[in-house]
Design a protein around this ligand. Structure first.
Ligand SMILES: Cc1cc2nc3c(=O)[nH]c(=O)nc-3n(C[C@H](O)[C@H](O)[C@H](O)COP(=O)(O)O)c2cc1C
Length: 349
């Protein structure tokens, strides 16, 4: 998926990458709720969550584009311990992607311009999916296209295959029928692509929103009204980085998507806004690297979360963070992760 030269500055340095970590006051909402201080016995934390009709053994999934097709990680992490993972975005035909370099580091984040490289939906079904069927984890297929018909075409092919838990529509894609405007930037285009996908998708349909919008609530409602079962909030932020010596971009495609800890507070606000705008569940992601981040997203309104960039420095990030979440719940006498979801207290600190 990634090519030599993808990293402009060499491998990510974890210490620097995570240097903006903070320790926010823990579980303020729960303290306020006056939760009793009785010690919860070991392994008593119920980590399972529902995202609509889909039940997950725990709320942490790996994000699309940061976990390959899942199979590549099987020797590095026990896939059965993950709540699930979302495979790299799938298109109707294979795509070669963008020129290198495709990745570069930024302060507390990462820029990528991979160009949606993928093997194509038919090769995914024939070569990747059979190996995934042996795992007891939710495998979500991330789907994209440059026209509504392409989205529909990918889903039709996946509908005939076994072993998927659902679909995640990536709508941060240029719509070639509308002058290259992103599907996700306009409620009418969102409605068009989601209703077309809904007609052919029998499995749960998650719609992954673009954060590059002025009114996330309007976009969220358009997706909900036209048949989304859940919303994934959100994708990367359009951004760039310049090498002052060469005066050129650090990315082959000039601009790219910003991810990692730098975006967490911005996306957390989007999750909060989206959760207020719709009734369907939200899956939150952006900059999650530790247990406290997961809890923040759940309190803000997410029913589950995804981990993206952290997988690059720590391939077992999802299960490591899950272990921390369980510990954190135990020390705070939280016996069900569900009690955190949408538990935000609106009165000021
Ligand atoms: C290298 C890379 C490739 C990505 N590819 C996809 C993709 O194919 N489809 C998609 O919906 N999101 C893709 N994303 C976005 C991530 O799934 C996620 O939304 C974003 O990185 C924010 O989460 P994070 O801060 O935890 O990384 C990609 C992100 C990165 C860093």
């Amino acid at each position: 998926m990634l090519a030599p030269g993808d990293f402009q500055h060499g491998p990510l340095r974890a210490a620097e990458f995570f240097s903006f970590s903070t320790s926010p006051p823990l579980l303020r909402a729960h303290r306020r709720a006056n939760i009793s201080r009785v010690t919860v016995p070991a392994a008593a934390v119920d980590l399972s969550v529902n995202v609509g009709a889909l039940r997950l053994s725990n709320p942490i999934l790996a994000a699309s584009g940061t976990f390959g097709y899942g199979v590549e990680f099987a020797h590095l992490v026990d896939l059965n311990r993950m709540g699930g993972f979302v495979v790299k975005g799938l298109s109707l035909e294979p795509m070669a992607g963008a020129p290198a370099p495709r990745l570069c580091e930024t302060s507390s984040g990462m820029l990528n311009a991979v160009g949606l490289q993928n093997v194509g939906v038919r090769a995914f079904v024939a070569e990747k999916l059979p190996a995934l069927r042996q795992y007891r984890t939710a495998v979500m297929a991330n789907v994209f296209g440059y026209t509504v018909d392409e989205y529909v075409g990918v889903i039709r092919i996946l509908e005939d295959a076994e072993g998927l838990a659902g679909y995640e529509l990536n709508i941060s894609c240029p719509n070639t029928a509308h002058g290259g405007l992103q599907f996700g930037s306009d409620p009418r285009m969102v409605a068009e692509v989601v209703s077309a996908a809904r007609k052919v998708a029998r499995r749960p349909l998650w719609v992954k929103l673009s954060p590059n919008v002025t009114d996330i609530g309007a976009i969220a409602r358009a997706a909900e009204e036209t048949g989304a079962d859940a919303l994934t909030v959100a994708n990367t932020y359009q951004a760039m980085s310049i090498d002052i010596q060469t005066r050129k971009s650090r990315l082959g495609r000039i601009t790219g998507g910003l991810s990692g800890p730098a975006i967490k507070p911005i996306t957390l606000r989007l999750v909060y806004e989206a959760a207020r705008a719709v009734k369907i569940p939200i899956v939150g992601l952006g900059g999650i690297e530790k247990a406290e981040d997961v809890l923040e997203y759940l309190i803000a309104g997410a029913s589950a979360v995804q981990v993206g960039t952290a997988n690059f420095s720590q391939p077992a990030a999802c299960v490591n963070i899950l272990a921390e979440v369980e510990k954190l719940c135990k020390t705070n006498n939280i016996n069900s992760i569900n009690s955190l979801i949408r538990s935000f207290q609106a009165d000021s600190p």
